[in-house]
Each structure stands twice: as C-alpha cells, then as structure tokens.
Design a binder for this molecule. Structure first.
Ligand SMILES: NC(=O)C1=CN([C@@H]2O[C@H](COP(=O)(O)OP(=O)(O)OC[C@H]3O[C@@H](n4cnc5c(N)ncnc54)[C@H](OP(=O)(O)O)[C@@H]3O)[C@@H](O)[C@H]2O)[C@@H](O)CC1
Ligand SMILES: Nc1ncnc2c1ncn2[C@@H]1O[C@H](COP(=O)(O)OP(=O)(O)O)[C@@H](O)[C@H]1O
Ligand SMILES: [K+]
Length: 493
C-alpha cells in the first residue's frame, strides 16, 4: 500500500499531528513546511502578482498565513483577509504572529477588490455566514486556490454546505475522502498533493483505512497470463444469462473474457440459446431448459468464478440459483436482478454468503438490501460488514468496501459511463479477474479502475459495447506500469 493512496479523515490528520508533536516536531515546523510547499506550488503555476489570502480560524488558516509570507517573499503583492474581526486570526501555536509582516484585514469587498488570485484558507471555518454574495461573486471572477479543501466541503464525506468552487486544491501529504466523494469533488477543481511537514510514516493512519483507487493498491496481484498457462488453468468463468434481456449478460461475458478468463461459459435459457451462441463466438453456451439443468451444469462445470444477475428477473428462480452458486463456495459476483431477488429477505442472502463474493449494487439496488443511513463510506462499510461480501457501491464516486473495514474510493470514472449496460460490463470484468484467482477486494478495485480507464480512453460517444473493446489498450498501459511497480514490495489490498 503506498502512503499516497491513503485518504485521511480530519480525526486521522489530528492524530498524525499528535504523533508528530510526540516525536519532537513543533506546530510551527509543520505549518512552515506546509505554507512553503503551498507557495512553491502556486509559484510554479503563476508569476508574481496581486493575491489575497483568506484565512479562517483553523490550522488551514495558519497554513494560509505562512503561505502568504512565502508568497510575499517571492515578490507577490499579498493581502490577508479574515472573516470577522482581524483579531480572530488563527495562530494555533501562539508563535506564528512574529513572522507576520503583512497586516491582517477584515474580509470585505474592498480587501478582495483588485486581486488577481485568491487563496481560500478558510477550511474548517464552518458555513461562513459572513461571506456575502458580493464577495462570493468577486471570488468567482479570478482563479481560486483552496488550501486543504475548499471552504464548505466536509473533508470526511464530501458533503457541501457552502457553494464556493476552487480551480485548484492543494492538499498536504495526502488527500481526504472529501476530495473524491461527490459533491465535494466537484468543488475542488484540480487536486494536487504536495509534500508538507508531516512525513508519510507519521501520516499512515490507524484502522480502518480508506484509500484512493490507484493501481499500486492491486497491481501486484493482477493475474497476467503465465508462460505455462493454458485456457483450462487461466480461469474458467460461468456467466448466467437472462431472457428476454440478453444484452446484459452478453456484455458481461465479453468483458469477462477480455479481462483474461481462459474460458467463458454461458448458462443460457434455451429460448435465447441462439442469440448467445451467435454473438459470442469464442464462448461455450449451455442451454438451460429443464429445472435441474442448472444444477447439473454447476455440478459438472469446473468454473472458477461465476456471475449472476445481469438481465435476470428478480424472481424465485434467480434467488434459488444464486443460493446454489453460493453453496459451491466458489468466487461469485452478484449483480442487478440477483441482488433485487433478495429485496424481501436480505438476511437470507447475507447468511448464504461465504468465501469470495462481490455485490455490485447501484444506489437503487443497494436500498433494496441495506440500511441507507449515513454517508457513502459509512453505508458501504456497514453493508460489507453486514453481508460478509465485498460491496461495490456504484456511482460517479464508486466506493468499494471489504468486510474487514478497508474502503477504496474510485476517482477515474468519467460521466460517459452513465449509459445502459456499463454496470453489466463492470460485473463481467470483476468475474473475469475472480475466475483467474484474484482475491475479491483487489479484483473489485482493479475492475472499477479498468472500467473508468476504458471509458476515459474511448472518450465522448461511449456506449457499453465499446468498453470491452477498449480493454486491450488499457491493459497494455497497466502492463507497462506493472514492471517497475513489481520491484517495490509495498504490500497491497
Ligand atoms: N442491454 C441489456 O440487456 C441491459 C439490461 N439491463 C438489466 O436491466 C435490469 C434492471 O436494471 P436497472 O438497474 O435498469 O433497473 P432496477 O433494478 O429497477 O433499478 C433502477 C431503479 O433504481 C433506482 N436507482 C437509484 N439510484 C440509481 C442509480 N445510481 N442507477 C440506476 N438506478 C438507480 C432508480 O430510481 P429512480 O432513478 O427511478 O428514482 C430506478 O427506479 C438488470 O437485470 C440489468 O442487468 C441494464 O443493465 C441495461 C442494459
Ligand atoms: N456520472 C457518472 N460518472 C462516473 N461513472 C458513472 C456515472 N454514472 C454511472 N457510472 C458508472 O456506470 C456504471 C452504471 O452501472 P448500472 O447503474 O448498473 O447501469 P446498467 O444497469 O445500465 O449497467 C457503474 O459502474 C457506475 O459507477
Ligand atoms: K447493471
């Protein structure tokens, strides 16, 4: 696990600062390093000009002061503005003020008029009722750079209480969940992580940990084809096909094969046999007509991973097949209709889950099975703990939760993925990786990342059919990343 994929909550940041103090580092040392790093990042992007730094009564505000001084030393014309009385300026260590040569002014339209650039160091200042509409309008007319996180965005869950959008956000050491979760992410602009005063070693939080979905988390477990491999030992996936909706399972099957499964078998309702057989040339299609055909198939097939749900009716048949698959103890992805089939008795599903199992609900499916209270991280973590499965709670900010409490937030998915069948492709991708022996949590994280990359690489005009066809290109770039990364044994999810 690389330190830079950790997403720190406010409490975890405070704990890290306490660890730093205990190791002999002073608050001033930390703030100096943070302020200098922020000023350096600003100078990399803008030449000296007029900048107004808005400082709140918090550690972020104190970073604003030190950043302001470093900018002034570099030739910027700097003003400092604080909401409320100027005496409320933040000096948590009680010793920063001796460095301030810049007068502290009360935030109003005059102090921000004429600035070319604004720095928002107001985070943690609450909802700022004192920020009048004319001030907000002025701030919107020039580049606005937030330190830590834009004012009004909750760093722990991305909730937004105040409408101020930054063009650039400078985070120190690592990001927070609020930089990735919606709607917060939409207020951050570009997010850049600079090395501040806290070393990576001090910043690594105690459990439960939350991470950004980057390949370093799972690349070492990615199942690349082996020289001695053949189609029977590379992974044999079983995809349960639906009828009359056949597109969903076909999309999933194609993605599963592209993810590297050596054999992909379709269990197809006999009415749909021809549709599956004609559109999936490389796949083996088993007709299911009699009630026990499915039971016979799973008893005889040597599948190493299965998928049920895409295009399936949310009925008793789907429910009993899902339970049958779970009883085999083999890796299983449960999606769409197979999730909804348990709406009336989610406990039956939780009780049957064992071994390697991934649930892939969108919000609608999630609400049929799980408690919807709390923010997205809380919901996903609780659902994984409750069900014993890895839960992929989909959306623009997909959250992947392991029953052990670890959570990964995905940030690479473009909005073009909001197209029918995109979720079916994702379910197929996860199944392809599971069938090759990848563990459920890293497989789910890897699939969500590949899905986002594939959509991004295709660009505008995307339909779900395009996603499996983009995978070869995305896998090639992942392979190029894998070689240097494999040399660094950093642990993984
Ligand atoms: N080509 C094919 O064969 C295709 C087949 N497909 C198959 O169709 C089957 C039905 O799947 P489904 O997801 O379309 O419908 P369903 O389970 O009724 O849930 C929708 C309800 O949930 C709610 N909702 C809340 N949040 C949501 C969110 N983020 N994303 C989506 N919905 C959200 C939403 O509430 P609303 O927005 O209306 O308030 C809505 O009422 C399934 O088997 C699937 O595999 C499709 O994959 C397409 C391609
Ligand atoms: N605005 C968005 N930005 C990024 N990803 C999105 C967005 N909307 C949907 N997605 C992704 O697209 C997929 C949609 O899946 P799902 O809701 O199951 O649709 P379907 O049933 O049509 O396949 C999910 O992986 C989801 O995370
Ligand atoms: K779906």
């Amino acid at each position: 696990m690389t330190p830079h994929s950790y997403l720190l909550t406010t409490a975890q940041r405070q704990q890290a600062r306490q660890r730093a103090f205990a190791s002999g580092i002073s608050a001033t040392d930390l703030l100096e390093a943070d302020g200098r790093a922020a000023a350096h990042e600003l100078r990399r992007r803008w030449s000296a000009r007029k900048v107004t730094v808005l400082c709140g009564p918090s550690v972020t505000g104190a970073r604003g002061f030190t950043c302001a001084r470093h900018l002034a030393e570099a030739g910027f014309t700097v003003r400092i503005a604080v909401p409320g009385a100027a005496e409320s300026a933040s000096d948590p260590a009680g010793e920063l003020s001796k460095f301030w040569s810049i007068p502290v002014e009360t935030l109003n339209s005059t102090v921000i008029g004429g600035a070319d650039l604004f720095v928002d160091a107001l985070a943690g200042a609450g909802s700022l009722p004192s920020l009048l509409p004319e001030i907000r309008a002025a701030l919107a007319r020039r580049p606005l750079i937030a330190l830590d996180i834009p004012c009004g965005v909750d760093p722990d869950n991305g909730a937004v209480t105040f409408d101020m959008k930054a063009d650039l956000t400078i985070a120190f050491g690592s990001k927070s969940p609020g930089h990735l979760l919606l709607p917060g992410r939409l207020h951050c602009g570009e997010v850049v992580v600079v090395e501040g005063g806290l070393s990576d070693a001090l910043a690594i939080p105690t459990e439960p940990a939350t991470f950004e979905n980057i390949p370093a988390l799972w690349i070492q477990q990615f199942p690349w084809p082996k020289a001695e491999g053949h189609k029977f030992n590379r992974g044999h996936a079983l995809i349960c096909g639906g009828w009359p909706m056949t597109g969903a399972a076909r999309l999933a099957a194609r993605a599963c094969a592209r993810a590297g499964a050596g054999i992909t078998t379709l269990a197809a309702p006999s009415e749909a046999m021809m549709i599956y057989a004609i559109s999936l040339e490389s796949m083996i299609v088993h007709p299911i007509s009699l009630p026990n055909d499915f039971t016979k198939l799973i008893a005889t097939s040597r599948f190493s991973g299965a998928l049920i749900g895409p295009g399936a009716e949310a009925d008793e048949d789907t429910r009993s097949r899902t339970l049958e698959l779970l009883r085999t103890g083999r890796p299983l992805v449960i999606d769409a209709g197979a999730l909804s089939a348990f709406s009336d008795a989610p406990e039956d599903l939780y009780a049957a889950i064992c071994g390697s199992c991934v649930l892939t609900p969108h919000d609608g499916e999630f609400s049929r099975l799980f408690d919807t209270g709390g923010d997205k991280l809380i919901r996903a973590r609780r659902a994984a703990a409750r069900s014993g499965a890895v839960v992929v709670l989909k959306g623009a900010d997909t959250v992947i939760a392991d029953p052990d409490g670890r959570v990964v937030i995905n940030g690479n998915a473009p909005p073009t993925l909001g197209t029918a069948g995109a979720g079916d492709v994702l379910a197929g991708l996860i199944t392809g990786l599971l069938s090759q022996g990848m563990a459920a949590f890293p497989a789910a994280c890897a699939a969500v990342w590949l899905h986002g990359e594939a959509a991004e690489a295709f660009g505008p005009g995307l339909i779900a059919e395009d996603l499996p066809e983009m995978l070869p290109r995305v896998l090639l770039s992942l392979l190029n990343m894998a070689h240097p990364a494999a040399a660094l044994d950093q642990g993984a999810v």
